[in-house]
Every structure is written in structure tokens, then in C-alpha cells.
Design a binder for this molecule. Structure first.
Ligand code: PMP
Length: 305
């Protein structure tokens, strides 16, 4: 049976239901996270990837939305471990924690409401095709600007923007959308950060482009520097530079490290996974599954061994 954390208790997920009058449901004022676990069969261990970083981001975003959980990232990691253990999960899983206003009240506001935290899990394989690469479309929708709904916050309402772009891409025969910001520069995917490779340089939009401060983005920058000795540039990227890139890939907890092989019907390089992307993928997938000792600190083991 799968368990969830709901209203301060770990209960069967079927019993974790919210009232239809719940305020955050109506105004998208819910902040959330997406965390992955990876099962290592040889070690008979389930690892949570970057648990504390995700919970830190959740709490920071909750604070910005005037929500208070009275929990620390460490406490939330412990609760997550308990849910996974109780559900006896020994396979790759996605964890969805979120904070919301539980009040059964109207008014789109953030003050004088009671916040609640919930966590549930579901079994999860690949989100995008990491083995062959994907086709992406530069969206006709612009990423929501910082002074409208900040993309830095993983707030439910902001994901209307992602849903519009993703749907347009899917209905046009592509796998994923790449959104430009209001200035017309590359921002990010509907649920991923974006990187381009030109020569030995790894280039990614800086945080001032109005993007989510991706946890996978940070990890991949580290791997690129430490393992492949690439030069990293965080700066504005014009749409035309995307077409000029040797390699392009997306990063995200769900998307992991997904190569983009076609953009707007133009091949990226030779329209196959590039050599640097391939190497980074290999290191990333080994690190997250607990196969590289020096990156074991990224992981929280769930079971006592
Ligand atoms: N951008 C957006 C819009 C996202 O939804 C995500 C997924 N959380 C990312 C980037 C990647 O962030 P992370 O690597 O922290 O999962």
C-alpha cells in the first residue's frame, strides 16, 4: 500500500483527500517540489536525490508566499524516508511535496490563512526520452516574467504557462517546449533548465533570465566543471544561438539530462546525442544511483543496511 503525509500524519494515500472548497486549489497558490528516488539493486538501497536542497527550496518559496510549515528540511527528509519505508518502495519513484492554504475560503490572497504540507509518491520511470533525445519547439508562449508570477518559485499557478507551452509543443508534433522570456532570450523548458554546448563551452541562461533555480542545473554545472573540465558561461542566449549550438540538453529532476536533437525542425549537430552530452549523462546517471562514491553526499539512503 502507498502512504502519504497528510495533515500531520502518514496515512494510506487513498485517504489523503482535500475539500473542494480548499483556497489554494482555486487560485493556484500552492508551492510544490519534485524529488526523485533511485533504487540501486546491487546495494539493495533506495536513494533520495538532493532531498534537503528540494525541501530548502520548498520552504523558501513557501516563505515568499507567506506560508509557514513549522518544519525544517531535515524533518521533511525524515518524514519522506518514513513514507517510502512504510510503502516498502524499492524502485525509482517521484516524490511530490507541496504546501497549500487549507482554508475553505474565497479571496485570492496569501495572508491570514493556515498552511498545510502534504507529501505523496508515485512510481516513475523516464519523463522524456533520454536515450534517443527529443524534438523541441520554441514556444509562442513567453515564460511568465518575474514581476507577474516569478518562475523562481515552483508555484502551481505559474505552471499554467508551462501547460500552455507543453500542450502547444505536443499538439504540433514535438516532445517539449522551449520558452523565451519577455526580452526574447532563451529561458527554459516547460519543466526543465536548458544548456547549450559550443566548442568546449557549456552555456546556460543565468538566473536573471527569469528561470527556476534548478537543482539538477547546479549538479550538472558541477559535473561539467569537475569531471569534464568544461568552461561554464551563465548568460543570455538568443534564439539564433540555440540553432547554432553543437549540442543542446535539458535538465530537471523529472527530465534528468535529456538531449535535444532537433529544434524547430533544425538538427542540433547531426541530430543525434552529442559526445559531451553523452558523457555528462553517463556520469549523472551513475551518480544519482549511488555508483560514484564522491557524489554519494547527493543522496539520502532510505533503508538501514
Ligand atoms: N524549470 C522548471 C520550470 C521546472 O519545473 C523544473 C523542474 N522542477 C526545472 C526547471 C528543473 O528544476 P530541478 O532541476 O530543480 O528539478
Amino acid at each position: 500500500m502507498d502512504y502519504a503525509y497528510f495533515e500531520g500524519k502518514i496515512i494510506p494515500v487513498e485517504q489523503a483527500n482535500i475539500n473542494i472548497k480548499t483556497n489554494s486549489l482555486h487560485y493556484g497558490t500552492l508551492v510544490f517540489e519534485g524529488i526523485r528516488t533511485y533504487y540501486n539493486e546491487k546495494q539493495n538501497q533506495l536513494y533520495i536525490l538532493f532531498s534537503n536542497d528540494h525541501y530548502l527550496r520548498l520552504l523558501k518559496n513557501a516563505k515568499a508566499m507567506f506560508m509557514d510549515t513549522n518544519k525544517t528540511p531535515e524533518e521533511l527528509t525524515e518524514i519522506t524516508k518514513e513514507i517510502l519505508r512504510k510503502s516498502e518502495i524499492r524502485e525509482d519513484t517521484y516524490i511530490r511535496p507541496f504546501v497549500y492554504f487549507k482554508d475553505l475560503a474565497l479571496t485570492p490572497k496569501l495572508k491570514d490563512f493556515t498552511s498545510e504540507i502534504a507529501i505523496y509518491t508515485y512510481k516513475f520511470g523516464r519523463y522524456l526520452d533520454t536515450s534517443k533525445g527529443i524534438h523541441a519547439k520554441v514556444s509562442s508562449w513567453r515564460r511568465n516574467p518575474d514581476n507577474s508570477i516569478p518562475s523562481r518559485w515552483k508555484v502551481a499557478g505559474g505552471y499554467v504557462n508551462s501547460a500552455l507551452a507543453k500542450t502547444e509543443a505536443l499538439m504540433s508534433g514535438y516532445d517539449e517546449a522551449i520558452l523565451l522570456n519577455e526580452q526574447g532570450n532563451i529561458a527554459e523548458g516547460s519543466g526543465e533548465n536548458i544548456f547549450i554546448i559550443r566548442g568546449k563551452k557549456l552555456i546556460t541562461p543565468s538566473f536573471s533570465e527569469g528561470i527556476l533555480e534548478g537543482i539538477t542545473r547546479k549538479a550538472v554545472v558541477k559535473l561539467a566543471k569537475n569531471e569534464l573540465f568544461l568552461e561554464i558561461e551563465e548568460r543570455s542566449i538568443a534564439r539564433s544561438e540555440l540553432y547554432a549550438a553543437d549540442e543542446v540538453f535539458l535538465t530537471g529532476t523529472a527530465a534528468e539530462l535529456t538531449p535535444v536533437i532537433m529544434i524547430d525542425n533544425r538538427p542540433v549537430g547531426n541530430a543525434e546525442i552529442g559526445p559531451i552530452t553523452k558523457k555528462l549523462q553517463e556520469i549523472y546517471f551513475n551518480a544519482v544511483r549511488g555508483n560514484i562514491e564522491r557524489y554519494r553526499h547527493w543522496l539520502t539512503p532510505v533503508y538501514d543496511t
